[in-house]
Design a protein around this ligand. Structure first.
Ligand SMILES: [Zn+2]
Length: 396
């Protein structure tokens, strides 16, 4: 039988991830209004009206409840962008009960993953350009690993366990990035801004649209910068970002719709990159951000609405990839066995392409354990298979 291990769970075309940077215990007032305005919260305001979470829920998640979000959490008090810049409120993740309770709510929410995004995010200089990102500050591997360890302990003290993965601050790995991540025992990491392949025509070989291992850690690529606007977002017509989209379209024939379609057709990961807030301590707007991109986000997720995708967290994608990497599938006629040295983390999907019949899976005790489901002319079966145990596929 032409039995295979599927690239992704349930043999979908693409996993879809929403990755949001800089969840932090921060509020930054920009208006004179006493009430919180949209965009002024990085997480500190929890469930309040117009908070980051309230905005995401009412403007995106209510319409697309299947979306799974991985937040990148700044664990300690985050640095300002310049020495003189000030947040209205800025504390570590354990700085007040309101934020602790909010983080614990998110941690338990099955649609959300909380991951690691440094301690202070870096250190401020005189100008914004002088800001040094956290991993660029480290002068030795030991210093990098010690700092990560302190951040992880703080994470654990609030949430009860260590983060499984994370992302460099500002995507800057410094001299000890890769080694520090693998030495710290992370399962997965977002190593690069891989969307530069698309929006900057980058040929940097580090960028990829495929999941892989870097120093033994699963690399979850970042493939869609959600501030690349669709030309349909005409309420942003005169913005710099819209002009960039027009330029990419007329100069190179590119649209964000075509980019997503291409990732989907090539069974690559669709991971959408965002920030919690447009505001920083200087007067510029940071892109991408959920507020200015909200219509574009709605458009992106509407494109994926009736597609064969898997809404996942970074950790779920990493688990599937690790399981797939550690097994060898041996097939003889209608019998198969998954050979591996250690147990699987989760379920695995097997496929039978171009098959018109219906099948079930029988274990070594003669008991039916799973059934193949049909998707067009391919059959697939997702199940928590035992390793090194024989199974039989029999026709229904
Ligand atoms: Zn960040």
């Amino acid at each position: 039988m032409d039995l295979q291990i599927a690239k992704w769970r349930d043999d979908v075309r693409s996993p879809v991830l929403l990755k949001i940077d800089d969840l932090a215990n921060i509020e930054i007032k920009k208006s004179n209004s006493k009430e919180l305005q949209i965009g002024e919260d990085w997480g500190h305001c929890a469930f309040d009206k117009n908070s980051m979470w309230d905005f995401l829920t009412t403007q995106l998640f209510n319409r697309f409840p299947n979306i799974k979000t991985t937040f990148f959490l700044v664990t300690k008090q985050r640095a300002s962008m310049t020495k003189t810049g000030k947040y209205s409120y800025n504390k570590a993740m354990d700085g007040d009960d309101k934020f602790i309770d909010f983080l614990r709510y998110l941690y338990k929410n099955p649609q959300v993953e909380l991951s690691y995004h440094g301690t202070t995010h870096g250190v401020a200089g005189e100008r914004v350009e002088d800001f040094v990102q956290e991993w660029e500050m480290f002068d030795s591997l030991d210093e990098a690993v010690d700092t990560i360890s302190k951040g992880e302990e703080l994470f654990k003290s609030v949430l009860g366990s260590y983060p499984m993965g994370g992302k460099y601050c500002g995507y800057k790995e410094g001299k000890f990035g890769k080694e520090s991540i693998s030495k710290s025992g992370f399962k997965w990491w977002c190593f690069h801004e891989d969307n530069f392949i698309w929006d900057k025509n980058s040929t940097d070989s580090r960028y990829t649209y495929d999941v892989g291992f870097i120093n033994g850690v699963v690399n979850i690529p970042t493939t869609v910068d959600a501030s690349n606007l669709s030309l349909k977002i005409i309420n942003r017509l005169f913005s710099r970002k819209y002009l960039k989209s027009l330029y990419l379209y007329f100069k190179e024939g590119k649209t964000v719709e075509k980019h997503i379609e291409s990732l989907y057709n090539n069974r690559q990961i669709i991971s959408v990159y965002e920030h919690t807030s447009p505001y920083m301590t200087n007067d510029t707007i940071q892109y991408p951000n959920i507020v200015t991109d909200i219509d574009n986000l709605n458009l992106i997720f509407s494109l994926l609405e009736n597609k064969d995708v898997w809404y996942a967290t970074c950790n779920e994608v990493a688990d599937y990839f690790i399981d797939k990497s550690k097994v060898t599938l041996e097939v003889e006629e209608n019998h198969f066995i998954l050979i591996a040295k250690e147990k699987l983390n989760n379920v695995l999907t097997l496929t039978l392409p171009y098959n018109t019949k219906d099948y079930e899976v029988i274990n070594s005790q003669g008991k039916k354990v799973a059934e193949f489901l049909r998707k067009e002319n391919t059959l697939y079966c997702t199940y928590a298979f035992e390793i090194n145990e024989p199974y039989t596929i029999s026709e229904l």
